[in-house]
Design a protein around this ligand. Sequence first.
Ligand SMILES: O=C(O)CCC(=O)C(=O)O
Ligand SMILES: [Fe+2]
Length: 286
Amino acid sequence: MPYETITAQSIAGALGAEITGIDLSSQLTNSQTAEIQQALWDHKVVFFRDQDLTPEDHLRIAGVFGEVYRVPFVKARDDYPDIIDIVKEPEDGDMYNFGGVWHTDASFDEKPPLGSALYSLQSPPYGGDTLFTNMEAAFDALSDGMKDMLSKLTAVHSAERNYGSGGYFTDDDNQSASMTINPDDSGDKETLHPVVRTHPETGNKSLYINPIYTMRFKDMTEDESQPLLDFLYDHAIRPEFQCRFTWTTNTLAVWDNRCTMHFAINDYAGHRRHMNRVTIAGERPV
Ligand SMILES: O=C(O)CCC(=O)C(=O)O
Ligand SMILES: [Fe+2]
């Protein structure tokens, strides 16, 4: 995709591009703003390395894409209630890392976030990469019969498995030293979303389900739903639909949460990894 004010270099066939030629700490021109938006719709996840950003810069860049989304259950920074600290300390060893299961952010919400802007304050010396997968490519590669059937289905989403009253984080052993997660029974609430959603900017269709927050298909039991969900998850994370990003300190990534899933790899025990995330509000999936 040709741009006039930035350069985009794809990092994989399916999605993901590194953007250069722009200093995000400066006041952006209208054309720069329009082009980084376009680059996100074109590439689904964009990476800006070597950006020296203050929290205000970080909030301002996220604001290019939409209003801020206040993340439930995860304690925010005391000084910036719209920024969450995603941190794993050396003493956390190989215990659970935030985002370490394939997911799209907060699909349990009636209006899940449009995207997230994740900034690396400290990257480990190796490991801690993030995987992304293209849910439009995954949908496109299905047979017409499967696409047709899925297009008629609705899925039940909930934060229950992670943040609900009996969820993973209610067990003290699963609380890390470094992040505060506050599960409560509002996490048990269920929300309905179409299994196939249409992107409001591009009109493209994508699969919209994920193994953390999708509980079952509407009007079906979990046992009935799970085999098809498992097939779709395996299909969606085929290597050719993915990209893998190796972080360096001071990189900002912005992903489109509506047509991707992501997965934070937990392979840097004994090292510190520190990220800040600003989440961008979205619309009700259709
Ligand atoms: O730390 C990461 O690489 C991603 C964590 C995650 O899932 C998120 O920030 O939404
Ligand atoms: Fe995430």
